[in-house]
Design a protein around this ligand. Structure first.
Ligand code: ADP
Ligand code: MG
Length: 372
């Protein structure tokens, strides 16, 4: 085989934010915006990587991506090199490669362009080195990409994005339980119910790889809360454990994580009952918790959520970590335009940059095509 093409989607997290690295629950779905990697194995140790986003590209050798050399690489190259490094660590026979990356995902918008890039690279590489591509193997690939992002890139993210990019299915959400990293496909018949999800990208980019950023700080606070309770991760706490946390900030962070996992369970119950108003109300409650207890929102995200709900959305929340990026609103298909226009006017009145809107439904996870 000379070349392969892998396509991996971004994602929207319907509910369950900041639960992944805390051992809790989340329910993301893959969206129909993808990153495509065309990969060809070379007969030597050269690496050539091109991306439509960074047209200068990068050229080097396998030795240049060694773990202790990573600081010398351009930021974006680390997401690719990290996957190759993690694959080598796992014993994959990585040779020289030509990689061409092309994406229709916005970067830093909270739709997980980073995981889409990693997952397209890992799937292409897996095919080139003849790994099986079944769901169990894909789950292991997700772990490898998460390792690339946390250890090699240094972005302390939790693994949700990679799992759903590799395992997503049309018209399904992926329930992930980070207590044991088990996954379950959950039917999400939004289309049948005449509903859709409006993604409102506030344009305020979030840099998750920033070691001093809000995301990394929240992670430390959650770890500290878990340590005070003698737990490995705060998502494993019971609600009545929280009163034992003396630090007000740690208690609020923990309360978000524990209540957010319950909301994921409540959404699954409401979806099964076809009670979409209840689903919407739970999404909005999630935003309130992310804004208050977890302090992960921004004025732009709060305005998008409040305006969407006022304009008839069943519910709305920030998605994918916060500190900028996107919010989602659960809307009737025929009410989406009204919600979008209301959010645009509210942003104009507030003097904020106009958000970019997209309508999405749960789409397929990563796919592979062999041959050029
Ligand atoms: P998000 O995953 O929400 O889009 P992140 O901050 O996690 O935001 O990841 C964005 C980073 O991932 C970009 O700054 C860039 O370094 C890298 N990246 C994403 N997509 C591409 C791409 N198509 N080509 C090159 N690098 C990319
Ligand atoms: Mg990301």
């Amino acid at each position: 085989m000379t070349s392969v093409t892998a396509r991996a989607p971004g994602r929207v997290n319907l509910i369950g934010d900041h639960t992944d690295y805390n051992g809790g629950l989340c329910l993301p779905f893959a969206i129909p915006l993808v990153t495509t990697t065309l990969a060809r194995a070379r007969g030597d140790d050269r690496l050539r990587i091109r991306s439509d986003a960074y047209p200068d590209g990068w050229t080097g050798r396998l030795g240049d991506i060694a773990f202790d050399q990573r600081a010398a690489l351009p930021d974006w190259v680390r997401y690719v090199a990290g996957v190759l490094w993690a694959a080598q660590e796992d014993g994959w026979p990585v040779t020289g490669l030509d990689l061409v990356v092309d994406s229709d995902l916005p970067r830093g918008a909270g739709l997980s362009s980073s995981a889409a890039l990693e997952c397209s690279v890992v799937l292409a590489l897996a095919a080139l080195v003849d790994r099986p591509l079944d769901p169990g193997s894909r789950q292991a690939f997700a772990g490898l990409c998460t390792r690339a992002e946390t250890e090699y890139v240094g972005a302390p993210t939790g693994g949700m994005d990679q799992l759903v990019s590799l395992l997503g299915q049309p018209d399904h959400g992926l329930l992930i339980d980070f207590a044991d990293t088990s996954v379950r496909q959950v039917p999400l018949a939004l289309r049948e119910a005449g509903l859709t999800v409006l993604v409102m990208d506030t344009g305020a980019g979030h840099e998750l790889a920033d070691a001093d950023g809000g995301y990394a700080q929240r992670r430390k606070e959650c770890d500290a809360a878990a340590a005070s309770l003698g737990l490995p991760r705060i998502g494993l706490a019971w609600p009545d454990d929280l009163s034992r946390l003396d630090d007000d900030v740690h208690r609020a962070r923990a309360r978000h994580v524990v209540s957010e996992s319950s909301r994921v369970e409540d959404v699954i119950t409401a979806v099964a009952a076809g009670d979409w108003s209840e689903v919407g109300a739970i999404l909005t409650a999630s935003h309130t918790s992310l804004k208050g207890d977890f302090a992960a929102s921004t004025p732009e995200l709060d305005l998008a959520v409040a305006t969407a709900v006022d304009a008839g959305a069943l519910g709305a929340r920030l998605t994918g970590g916060g500190f900028g990026g996107s919010a989602i609103a659960l809307v009737a298909e025929d009410g989406a335009a009204v919600v979008r226009d209301a959010v645009d006017s509210a942003f104009a009145d507030a003097g904020y940059e106009q958000p970019a809107h997209r309508l999405v439904l749960p789409a397929a996870g990563a796919t592979l095509t062999r041959g050029a």
